[in-house]
Design a protein around this ligand. Structure first.
Ligand code: AMP
Length: 284
């Protein structure tokens, strides 16, 4: 596996493969790999001849009070895991090359970022869209793989790819969970053992919602959100950022529960911000 740190080298590596008729998939990440990342790599290996994993803790997607400086990292372990997974290359660019002092171009979507996480993280999706655009331009992949754990991010990247006419297939993969149901996340490393039960309240609240919709025991989304809120707040150290029941395409809030909905939530457990979601499909 090639460990590539310079943009020019990455471009040349991809170009050579493209010219020899090979297909390339990319899995963009911020590192500190867990089984969620590995599941995306596995998918990337299946769909193309060569997989490129990117590892870049993207400063432009963090707000000024967020955890950029403390974001967990173990680059050597990540390189080893990507190699074992069968990646052909891992791209680890540095901040100065990705964002030189002269940098002034950003990619911004008009609607999708103004829901869910975008409300409390106003610069986040501009940073995500910008870095993914840069990675697409540098690597020129045929396919890019993202997790539906970050559902809003996945929808934003799908929209952006279509809007900017990238000839790249976007694949979304299911959320990988710990045995107890906690959605895997690099940020779970921040959780103290005693916060673990509270962290589980997210996936449990989603299960509760799913049951209530299936049994038709809630009349509308407002009631459902109230019950989820009550359940989560009964756990120590939880602070809800949002609970949303929305249209999975537009991310606009809905109140009726007759059509397919995305239920998404963000909750701080102590200082750790966790997200989770599920789509509840209804036959039309
Ligand atoms: P990150 O390193 O957190 O930026 O995540 C890199 C990619 O892994 C994104 O596409 C995430 O959606 C995806 N991902 C993160 N956690 C999970 C998970 N538990 N299951 C599936 N994909 C995930």
């Amino acid at each position: 596996m090639n460990v590539i740190t310079h943009i020019r080298d990455m471009q040349q590596w991809s170009e050579t493969l493209r010219q020899s008729g090979k297909t390339i998939s990319v899995v963009p990440t911020m590192g500190f790999f867990h089984d969620g990342h590995l599941s995306l790599m596995k998918k990337g290996m299946e769909v193309c001849d060569h997989l490129v994993v990117t590892l870049f803790v993207n400063p432009t997607q963090f707000g000024p009070t967020e955890d950029l400086s403390s974001y967990p990292a173990n680059v050597e372990r990540d390189i080893d895991l990507a190699r074992k997974q069968g990646a052909s290359a891992i791209f680890i660019p540095n901040k100065e090359e990705m964002y030189p002092e002269t940098f002034q171009t950003y990619v911004e979507l008009t609607d999708l970022p103004h829901h869910l996480c975008g409300i409390s993280r106003p610069v986040h999706f501009r940073g995500v869209a910008t870095v993914v655009t840069k990675l697409f331009n540098i690597i020129r992949p045929h396919t890019a793989i993202f997790g539906s754990k970050d559902f809003q991010q996945l929808q934003i990247i799908r929209r952006m790819t279509e809007d900017l006419n990238y000839d790249i297939k976007i694949i979304g993969c299911p959320i990988v969970r710990e045995i107890d149901g906690l959605a895997m996340s690099s940020r779970n490393a921040y959780l103290k053992p005693e916060q673990r039960t509270s962290a589980l309240s997210l996936s449990k609240a989603l299960n509760l919602a799913e049951e209530k919709i299936a049994q038709a025991t809630v009349p509308d989304a407002a009631t459902l959100k109230r019950e989820m809120k009550q359940f989560i707040e009964s756990h120590d150290e939880t602070q809800i950022d949002y609970i949303s029941v929305c249209n999975p395409e537009t991310l606009e809030e809905v109140n009726g529960l007759e059509s397919t909905v995305l239920i998404a939530l963000a909750v701080k457990v102590g200082k750790t911000r966790l997200i989770d979601n599920c789509v509840i499909a209804q036959e039309q």
